[in-house]
Write a protein that binds this ligand. Structure first.
Ligand SMILES: NC(=O)c1ccc[n+]([C@@H]2O[C@H](COP(=O)([O-])OP(=O)(O)OC[C@H]3O[C@@H](n4cnc5c(N)ncnc54)[C@H](O)[C@@H]3O)[C@@H](O)[C@H]2O)c1
Ligand SMILES: C[N+](C)(C)CCCC=O
Length: 485
């Protein structure tokens, strides 16, 4: 099967595509052709109202089903998503510019994993029994109600599923607002869930910019907000959610350290640095963009990395042999070009890349800077593009302190053959997601999320259940009630 690029409607509400052309038009630009390939409209107040009413109504009946029944729907949706992986990946590639080679294995497949995993867990979600002499307490694990998910543009299908799957498993309804830059694939997630048997209104998608997000998260009918986005947006969304004391999950930005010791397996360390800087053209939240390399291995690391960069193949991202795509948008390309210029201006040594490629598509070369120091802008700010900074270090204590000298805390990695040191390092990292001798893997079974400014809460794994459900505690007295008077 193939999907039409232009969706049947901008929004998916109450089990169907809906449209309201009174909303601001949002052009969908293909990052490779730079052409407009579709148009959606931002949600109007009427569309937002429709989504909230529908979600609110549907949630009660969904929560009344058994976990096993809900799980069956999610697992059916996982199967459909896998069957349609190729069509979904092609659409994701049109929308994001990520190479088909990547989207075939990292987007809908990851979404399907989440649906399958949380579908499997749904029937096993329970409270507990606490005996207190004759009396006892039991707890009920209950849904939160209506959850709003707000997504970033780098992993649209994955984010829509990572938020939707645990929310629905726990008996909530979801209203998902994709990024206005990549609005297409979340609609397909909604369509698939509906086809798999999710009742109308349980998973809705509305389009729009920040204002639509704000309108959703400040509505009193909303009980939870889960954002994947930048720290500045996270501050605004968290503050708005705080007004109504709503539950939050914040998956925010990072500036993660990747530490490579002299004794590391060089080839693996270079592979880790490539995965942590150039996958998705560097547009990955958890990227290890501050690559601390111990002085003894520095030259060998730079030599091998620049050698491996010769295997980069840019071109039409729909061509499966292409392994490096354009930036998602002209704006993002210009932001990254600004950081590259800043790196040069502040005295970092350009070892590879640095330029735009060709005259079609928002392509930037994979860029490597060496001799980067801690105070440079490229070592401090999240770039969200293919820019790797190599910083030198000598001692373990020194590098750990420098690795942690950031307000971000999303991820961190270490390459070394000394496992004692590896575990010491990860114990010391101030980061939510750590790696030893690999980088950027995110299986659904493992918690994923950040500390410090990088976020609150965890996605994936059993940990996500805590963020989409609440405990009710019930005390049961078996005897007479004793009162003081
Ligand atoms: N931690 C993670 O899991 C993770 C994953 C992917 C991306 N990210 C982060 O996302 C950022 C890149 O994505 P982006 O540019 O789309 O981020 P962004 O913060 O600009 O936008 C994210 C989403 O928030 C919405 N939004 C913007 N202002 C809002 C407001 N005031 N109220 C409600 N919603 C609002 C946007 O429309 C979009 O849907 C990077 O910082 C990256 O690190 C984090
Ligand atoms: C699965 N990855 C590649 C770690 C991406 C997670 C989402 C962050 O951007």
């Amino acid at each position: 099967m193939t999907y039409d690029i232009q969706p049947a409607g901008s929004h998916f509400i109450d089990g169907a595509y809906v449209e309201d052309t009174a909303g601001t038009p949002i052009p969908v630009i293909c990052p490779y052709s730079e052409k407009q390939i579709a148009t959606v409209h931002a949600a109007t107040p009427a569309i937002i109202e429709q989504a909230l009413t529908s979600a609110r109504r549907a949630q009660k009946d969904w929560a009344a089903m058994t976990g096993t029944e809900r799980g069956r729907v999610l697992r059916r949706a996982a199967d459909l998503m896998r069957e349609r992986n190729h069509a979904l990946s092609v659409l994701e590639t049109h929308d994001t510019g990520k190479p088909l080679q990547e989207t075939l294995v990292a987007d809908a497949t990851s979404g399907a994993d989440a649906l399958e995993y949380f579908g499997g867990l749904a029937g096993a979600l329970t409270g507990e029994h606490i005996q207190l002499g004759e009396d006892f307490v039991y707890t009920r694990r209950e849904p939160l109600g209506v959850c709003v998910g707000i997504g970033a543009w780098n992993y649209p299908t994955q984010i829509a599923a990572w938020k939707g799957a645990p929310a629905l498993a726990c008996g909530n309804a979801m209203i998902f607002k994709p990024s206005e830059t990549t609005p297409l694939c979340a609609l397909k997630v909604a369509e698939i869930l509906h086809e798999a048997g999710a009742p109308a209104g349980i998973y809705n998608v509305v389009q729009g910019m920040g204002e639509v997000g704000q309108a959703l998260i400040t509505d009193p009918r909303v009980n939870k907000v889960s954002l994947t986005g930048s720290v500045p947006t996270g501050r605004k969304v968290y503050a708005a959610a705080a007004e109504g004391i709503r539950h939050v999950t914040m998956e925010l930005g990072g500036k993660s350290p990747l530490v490579i010791f002299d004794d590391a397996n060089l080839e693996d360390a270079v592979s880790g640095a490539i995965l942590g800087n150039f996958y998705s053209s560097g547009q990955v939240c958890s990227n290890g963009t501050r690559v601390f390399v111990q002085r003894g291995i520095k030259q060998a690391f730079l030599d091998r990395l620049t050698e491996r960069l010769k295997d980069v193949k840019m071109g039409d991202p729909q061509d499966e042999s292409v392994n490096f795509g354009p930036m998602v948008s002209q704006r993002q390309m210009e932001i990254v070009q600004g950081f590259i210029a800043k790196g040069l201006e502040e005295g970092a040594r350009l070892v590879a890349g640095g330029d735009r490629v060709g005259d079609r598509g928002y392509f930037l070369q994979p860029t490597v800077f060496a001799d980067v120091t801690d105070g440079m802008t490229i070592a401090q700010d999240e770039i969200f593009g293919p820019v790797l900074s190599v910083l030198d270090f000598d001692e373990e204590d020194e590098v750990l302190a420098r690795a942690n000298a950031t307000d971000f805390g999303l991820a961190a990695g270490v390459f070394t053959q000394d496992l004692t040191r590896a575990h010491r390092m990860v114990a010391g990292f101030e980061a939510g997601t750590c790696y030893i001798n690999t980088y950027n893997l995110a299986p659904v079974e493992a918690p994923f999320g950040g500390s410090k400014l990088s976020g609150v809460g965890r996605e994936n794994s059993k940990a996500a259940i805590e963020h989409y459900s609440q405990m009710k505690s019930v005390y049961v007295a078996m005897g007479a009630v004793e009162a003081p008077f």
